[in-house]
Ligand binder design. Structure first.
Ligand SMILES: [Zn+2]
Length: 60
């Protein structure tokens, strides 16, 4: 049971990754201020870091 719970708990974080073959690719940008471990949330025209409030605009 404990094993199942741990698996479920980590699922949210792992959804940020995409596994291609045996390589792990990040789907989200990581924050340049907080480092590789911190992901930024994607909004309509910008990336937003919930940790340090850093915002990176982008245009397509
Ligand atoms: Zn940050």
């Amino acid at each position: 049971m404990a094993k199942e719970a741990a698996k479920k708990k980590s699922k949210g974080r792992w959804s940020l990754y995409q596994v291609s073959g045996n390589k792990l690719e990040r789907k989200n940008n990581s924050c340049p201020k907080c480092g590789q471990g911190t992901f930024m949330a994607k909004h309509a025209n910008r990336w937003y870091c919930g940790q340090c409030r850093y915002v990176e605009m982008f245009s397509k």
